[in-house]
Every structure is written in C-alpha cells, then in structure tokens.
Design a protein around this ligand. Structure first.
Ligand code: B12
Length: 366
C-alpha cells in the first residue's frame, strides 16, 4: 500500500510540473549540529529568524504532530537565456516569487492526497515553515551538499528550488543522495567576498546574496567593489560549479525551467531603478522575489552598482541621493560618487562580471 500511494504521489507531483520528487522519513536532520554551531558562530548575521526557530528546524516533527513522511520536491528555476540588463540579478529571482508558485502546487498535491486518504494531515514548507529544507531534500535523494552549501543533483546541477510537504502518512522512502565535489574548490576560489570560508561553511554576513537581500543596513565598504554588478542575490558560486555547466561530449546538466511563472520578467534599466519612487517599486516588483529587498535596499544596491560602473551618465541620478533624508542612502550615494571619480575600474573586474547578465550561456537549450 505505501508503495502504490508513494508512486501515485510522485506521478502527481511530476504532473504538477515539479522536476524532482523524493520522499524521506521525518527524522532529526543529519546536519542539525552543524546548523546550531553555525548559528552560535554568528554566521547568520541579522537573520534572527533562524535563531528564533532553531528548535523547530532541527525537529520537523514539532511542526506537524505525528508527521511521518516528508515529500520533497525540486523545481528548476534557471531560464534558458538570461534577460538583457545592465546589472545582474540572481536567476532565482527573475520570474515570479517561487514561494507562491511552489506553495500553490503543493496545496494541489495535498488536496489530491487528502481526497485519497481523508485522514492524512499535511503541512507545506517553502521557507515559510522552519525546516532545514536541504537536509530533508538530501535524505529524499534530491541531491547532496556541495562545498558552496547548495544542494546539487548530479544530473540537474543546483539551480532548483526545494519545497517540502510534511505528511502524517507512512510512505515508501528513497535513499539519501550520494555524491560529492571531490577535490574541486572552484566555488570557494570564485566567491568575490570570500564568504565561503571553508568547504560547506558559508559566512552569510559576507555573502552577496545576504548583503543585497537580507541586510537592512549599509553594506560594509570592503564588500562593495567585490559586489560588482550584482543588484539582487548572486549566482557566482553556482555559475562556476561544473554540475551547472555543459561538459564536452556530455549532455548538458542543468535544465532550463519549464515553469511559465518562473520565466524572466522584463527588467528596468539601472537608471530607471535609480529614479523609481517607492510606489513605482511596489507596482513594478509585485509578485516578484525582488520585493524582499524593499525599495530602500534596492536603491542602496543600485547606488553601489552605479559606483562600480563608473559611468558618468549615472552621476545625475546618484546626486539627488546626496541630499536624501535616509542616512544609509546618503552615504551610499557619497561612496558611489567617490568611486565614479576613481581613475581605474579596479573593482568592476573583480567579480568577473564586467558585462552584466551576458557571461553565462550554460543553460541554453540547444
Ligand atoms: C537562510 C538562507 C539563506 C542565507 C544563508 C545561506 C546558507 N547557505 O545557509 C542566504 C541569504 C545567504 C541565502 C543565499 C542563497 N540561497 Co538561501 N536559504 C536560506 C534558508 C531560508 C535557510 C538555510 C539554512 O538553514 N541555513 C543554515 C546554514 C547552517 O546552512 P549551511 O550553511 O548550508 O550549512 C549546512 C551544510 O553546509 C551542511 N554541512 C555542514 N558541514 C558539512 C560537512 C559536509 C561534509 C557536508 C556534506 C555538509 C555539511 O550542514 C549545515 C546545516 O544544514 C533556505 C530555506 C530553508 N528553509 O532551508 C534557503 C535556501 C537554502 N536558499 C536557496 C537559494 C536558491 C539561495 C541562493 C542560491 C539565492 C541566490 N542566488 O542569491 C543563495 C545561495 C548562497 C549559498 N551559497 O548558500 C535554496 C537552495 C536550493 C538548493 N538547490 O540548494 C533554499 C533551500 C530555498 C528553497 N526553498 O529552495 N540563503
């Protein structure tokens, strides 16, 4: 019985458009201890919510009483082609906000399961409920931890989201994923801010993704030039990963997303962003993950990128922020103007992304 139901659930999940699906028993996550140590070492920075919910994160059964199984799904998010922009946006944020997309699909899946098994209780977790999603995904066979801390699937690479549906039903369980990076350390060497301080250990406080999305204060000066042209999030540690790149004589590994809602939206130019008012921002990024940075955070990032670009045409757009009421934006504008007057474009090259969103064609579908 669990075998038939599991097979049916997996087929249903695939029909809903998920690219990966596996099932794990609900148990204490294998990396619970390293997670607690990571928190204690302060690597989470201002992400207090991780600390507040740590007890639940290491005990998924506390999120749903009598939880037996975790159905773990993966949804590819990288587009076949990066949209043309004059800055860079992490692939995961190019389309609609993934939380809504995955949640909707998992709600449909849960309803279908409950139609079959009316007694079954479920709880959907897409960042929303505190679980260590990658640990559960690893146990469900979706992928293994790379040294960049992303979950990597040997066939698919790492450009996929993870969603979890906890269930009170017993199901047939998959084996944990096997694999590893071997001696490769491309991601550690490529990170422009040195956020990957050791294999499997990310100091989030230095990660461009954290700095541009989670941090609500000024970005520390030493990280600004290395940010290059990353306006929101960063994919460098994934772009250099051999599992996300085509290999000679081998079929391409990472597959572009098939999900219509994850296809890239059109993006405003940097100059437009610098002129956006708060209301324009809310309108333009409605339903997009970019909203998480808030207007203030995105403008701060845009000022830094404008500084890194050293483009005199952007100066008139930076200058109004020198008189802005928000000290964080004033200071970012001052920095940007100083950068723009520096003679050599030292920092721009340091991230390897001198030309925004043009460098990577690893996901082209030919
Ligand atoms: C907080 C968070 C962040 C933070 C911290 C990142 C991090 N590495 O933890 C910030 C804002 C920096 C971030 C960035 C990104 N994130 Co994020 N993030 C999360 C979130 C909400 C919690 C992660 C967490 O618990 N971190 C805690 C720390 C301790 O985890 P860790 O550093 O990876 O450490 C673990 C491993 O290294 C392992 N480990 C430790 N030692 C060892 C030793 C060995 C030998 C091995 C094998 C493993 C191992 O155990 C540790 C504990 O679990 C999850 C969603 C969720 N609820 O799980 C999404 C999530 C991890 N993020 C995701 C994504 C897509 C990203 C970005 C790619 C977005 C972007 N392009 O900007 C980047 C990737 C940066 C990176 N290299 O990690 C996806 C990852 C999907 C995948 N395939 O892996 C998730 C799962 C969201 C989702 N639902 O899909 N993120």
């Amino acid at each position: 019985m669990p075998r038939d139901v599991t097979k049916w659930i997996k087929q249903y999940a695939r029909a809903l458009g998920f690219d990966l699906v596996g099932v794990a028993p609900v148990q204490s996550p294998p990396h619970a201890e390293s997670f607690l140590l990571w928190l204690a070492q302060g690597y989470a920075g201002v992400m207090d919510y991780l600390e507040r919910t740590a007890g639940l994160r290491i005990n998924p059964a506390a999120i749903l009483p009598n939880a037996r199984s975790a159905i773990v799904v993966g949804l590819n998010y990288a587009p076949a082609e990066l949209p043309p922009t004059d800055y860079r946006i992490a692939r995961y944020a190019l389309g609609d906000d993934y939380h809504a997309v995955i949640r909707e699909k998992l709600e449909t899946l849960l309803c279908a399961i409950q139609a079959l098994e009316p007694e079954a209780q479920g709880r959907i977790c897409v960042d929303s409920a505190p679980v260590l999603e990658r640990d559960l995904a690893m146990l469900a066979g979706l992928g293994w931890y790379g040294k960049n801390t992303c979950l990597i699937n040997t066939q698919r690479g790492s450009y996929f989201f993870i969603g979890v549906l906890l269930l009170t039903m017993e199901l047939e369980y998959d084996s944990p994923a096997q694999g590893g990076c071997g001696t490769c350390r491309l991601c550690l060497d490529a990170c422009p801010t040195g956020a990957l301080i050791a294999p499997y250990r990310l100091d989030a406080r230095k990660c461009i993704s954290y700095l541009t999305i989670e941090l609500r204060e000024a970005i520390p000066v030493e990280h600004r030039e290395p940010m290059g042209e990353w306006l929101f999030g960063c994919d460098i540690c994934q772009e250099v990963c051999p599992f996300n790149r085509p290999r000679v004589h081998q079929p391409m590994r990472a597959q572009p997303t098939r999900e219509p809602r994850l296809q890239p939206r059109s993006l405003p130019k940097l100059a437009e962003i610098l002129q956006m008012r708060e209301a324009d921002f809310a309108e333009r990024f409605r339903g997009s993950a970019i909203k998480r940075a808030k207007w203030r955070g995105l403008i701060r990032n845009a000022l830094i990128i404008a500084g890194n670009k050293r483009d005199p045409a952007l100066r008139p757009l930076i200058e109004p922020f020198l008189r802005h009421e928000d000290p964080m934006l004033r200071e970012a504008a001052e920095w940007a103007i100083k950068q723009a007057t520096k003679e050599q474009a030292v920092g721009r090259a340091s991230s390897g992304n001198a030309t925004a969103n043009s460098g990577d064609s690893s996901l082209r579908s030919e």
